[in-house]
Write a protein that binds this ligand. Structure first.
Ligand code: MSP
Length: 672
């Protein structure tokens, strides 16, 4: 018996699950279900990453304790995954006692090995990544994080260091001995080059905030959030039985943004804690991003889609499986892929309805009749061969962690099966009274369909169960030690019957399809670089109270007031330019204002005080490319706060949006 241990990254709790994070989780669930069908004792771990400055700040912004935020959001994650058909075996929280105990134990082991020492750290830290960067790695000007586009913060403090630099050679040797440790292959090369370029010791503790796991023996330090978080894969298996059974992880599935942490830091931490190469994780599998309207789906771009809402809209019975299918089928594993509702509706109608569902539908007329033993002619042999080929190719693809290719292979088989039915036309055979052939055809169809229900079960467990019900079969139930993969087409028991049921993928009527399309088409203003405004831009330094923004797709309720005509010269006197926000902070006790530094193409960024704090969190405006009025007389907000310019924004009711400008325009470009 083999075991299989698959993990998702643990999710930050400054966001709730969206289709992008669902992608990682569904991949893991699919791999686990596949391995379980192959007879493995499969264990799937997920959880939440609750510590660190990012979370402490998010809690402060909401005015609640970090633990309260953690409890609330972690519950949402734990409750969402089953709604997407995901069945994790365990859910680990980094704020749990079992995790803290485990991570402190790991720290002690590394410290006892002499690989942790006390020093001072001064460097550039991106709170969004919870990671340090060198100036070279950041985007200039402004030391901006390549992922979050926000300026990295200068951090200077006493810190414990991990001797990462001394693990470079051992890591390279490990990669050499385990060439598929990172997949896809190209990503392995990236990791190797990074290590070859030379590693530096890693700061692994912080003293400027306290929302974290205290360092054993020196509790004024909390552990670096990535040390804390990565350890979850080990701390979740603290009882000796599961430790012995599942450790080391078979595969850590991660987004490409967090590959370095998993492929370099994590094995190095484990090596330092005394794990041998054989006790290190077997594989880190890096996938691409789900984009929406061309941008990474993420909270900061406000372009997320709720997978649960999408599933419910597409089909109340099998919507979850449809979403799982589209995620696995449309995003080629490892690549970025764009979510589009047209793709979902198209695949629902074509791949699922016309190809898979239709195959079952075509044997409905024979429901209730007794199936005979197989009595194949050459066409049935071809039908079975196609199913066997599909099973073999799909297994190879799942083994290579490519659900996309697995589904492609299965659909080749399903299309061949439909072509077979077109050719043999069992309804015509019945009319001709050729009952021997009818029986042979229907039996062969039922048998291959049974095989296909097993093949799709890892991706669409609910659909598989519903179809099997109509085939008179129980749901696929994996048994440890028994390989249930349909390398051979199963044989029906003589005398078994088909049951006529409802279509699994009923057609959407036109109005329903249009409504779903409208609901899930990205609102342009939310995700395109240029914000479309229907009103004249409003200057927003010290703007009036504004509520939280919602999708502003409606027209202004009242026409904007017409102002007296101005000459072109009046207009030309306005110095309006493209600016990039390079720093953004809240101002204590001024809850409507943000203090910004905006690069408008001058030697130094300008200080601008903007009344946008109720509409935008600081991290949401960082890196934004906006329109700035530069020749307005400076305005004094008191307490040394002087604004040297104004941002342009449009408002509608309680909604306020900054006027965005296209990415290609450098800071300082005149707007005229
Ligand atoms: N907490 C860290 C992981 C620690 S693991 C020891 C973290 N969390 S995260 O919530 O930001 O991201 C979790 C996973 O979700 C990552 O693998 C990330 O790549 C993935 N995704 C988040 N948005 C995504 C898309 N739009 N598309 C695909 N995956 C996405 O990083």
């Amino acid at each position: 018996m083999s075991t299989y241990y698959v993990t998702t990254p643990i999710y930050y709790i400054n966001d709730v699950p969206h289709l992008g994070s669902a992608y990682t989780t569904v991949v893991c669930d699919v791999l686990k279900r596949y391995r379980a069908l192959r007879g493995d004792d499969a264990f799937f771990l997920t959880g939440t990453d609750e510590h660190g400055l990012k979370i402490q700040r998010a809690a402060e912004e909401r005015g609640i304790a970090p633990k309260a935020l953690a409890d609330d959001v972690s519950r949402v994650f734990e409750e969402t995954w089953p709604k997407l058909g995901c069945e994790p075996n365990d859910f680990i929280r980094t704020s749990s006692e079992r995790h803290k105990r485990g991570v402190q134990e790991l720290w002690r082991r590394i410290a006892a090995n002499g690989d942790i020492y006390l020093g001072h750290y001064e460097g550039l830290y991106c709170v969004g990544c919870e990671g340090y960067y060198t100036e070279k790695e950041l985007e200039q000007p402004g030391n901006r994080c390549p992922i979050h586009k926000a300026p990295a913060e200068v951090v200077k403090e006493e810190s414990y260091f991990f001797r990462l630099a001394s693990y470079g050679e051992r890591l390279l040797k490990f990669y050499e001995d385990h060439p598929s440790f990172v997949e896809p292959e190209g990503r392995m090369n990236e990791v190797k080059s990074f290590v070859t370029a030379g590693l530096q010791d890693l700061s692994v503790s912080r003293t400027t905030f306290d929302w974290g796991v205290p360092v054993p023996g020196d509790p004024k330090h909390v552990m670096y959030v990535w040390f804390d978080a990565l350890s979850n894969y080990w701390t979740a298996l603290q009882d000796p039985e599961s430790q012995a059974k599942y450790w080391p992880a078979s595969v850590h599935v991660v987004g490409k943004d967090i590959l370095r942490f998993h492929a370099i830091y994590w094995p190095a931490f484990l090596m330092a804690a005394g794990f041998s190469d054989d006790e290190l994780p077997r594989k880190v599998l890096a996938h691409g991003f789900l984009t929406y309207g061309g941008h990474k789906m993420s909270k900061s771009l406000r372009n997320t889609v709720s997978p649960v809402a999408l599933a419910e809209a597409v089909s109340p019975t099998v919507g979850v499986d449809v979403v799982r299918y589209c995620l696995m089928r449309s995003i080629s594993f490892g690549q970025d892929g764009d979510f589009s509702i047209d793709d979902v509706l198209g695949r629902y109608g074509t791949d699922l309805g016309n190809t898979f569902g239709n195959l079952l539908h075509r044997i409905h007329p024979f429901a209730g009749e007794t199936l005979a033993v197989a009595n194949d002619g050459p066409l049935e042999t071809g039908l079975r061969e196609a199913a066997k080929n599909a099973a073999r190719a799909a297994a190879e693809a799942f083994d290579a962690s490519s659900p996309t290719r697995a589904l492609e292979a299965i659909w080749v088989g399903l299309m061949a099966a439909n072509a077979y039915v077109d050719k043999v036309a069992p309804w015509a055979l019945r009319k001709q009274g050729d009952e021997t052939r009818v029986s042979a055809v229907v039996t062969a169809m039922a048998e291959v369909l049974e095989a296909y229900t097993v093949m799709v079960a890892p991706v669409m467990p609910k659909v598989a169960a519903l179809m099997r019900e109509q085939l008179g079969l129980a749901a696929v139930a994996p048994v440890v030690g028994r390989d249930a993969w349909p390398f051979e087409v199963p044989t029906r028991r003589e005398g078994s019957r088909l049951i006529k049921g409802e279509p699994v993928f009923p057609r959407h009527d036109k109005d329903v399809a249009a409504a779903i399309k409208q609901q899930f088409t990205p609102p342009k203003a939310e995700i395109t670089p240029v914000t479309m405004v229907t009103e004249k831009p409003t200057a927003v330094a010290g703007a009036p109270a504004l509520g939280a923004p919602t999708a502003p797709e409606t027209k202004p309720e009242t026409a904007p007031e017409t102002k007296p005509e101005i000459t072109y010269e009046d207009f030309a006197a306005i110095d309006l330019r493209v600016g990039v926000v390079v720093q953004a902070e809240r101002i204590p006790r001024k809850d409507r204002l943000l203090s910004l530094k905006v690069d408008v193409g001058e030697a130094e960024p300008r200080s601008i005080i903007a009344g946008i704090a109720l509409a935008y969190a600081p991290e949401e405006v960082l890196g934004k490319r906006i329109a700035v009025l530069c020749n307005l007389a400076p305005r004094d907000f008191g307490k040394g706060l002087i604004s040297h310019g104004m941002l342009m924004a449009a408002s509608h009711g309680t909604v306020l949006k900054l006027v965005a400008v296209p990415d290609e325009l450098p800071p300082g470009s005149p707007i005229k």
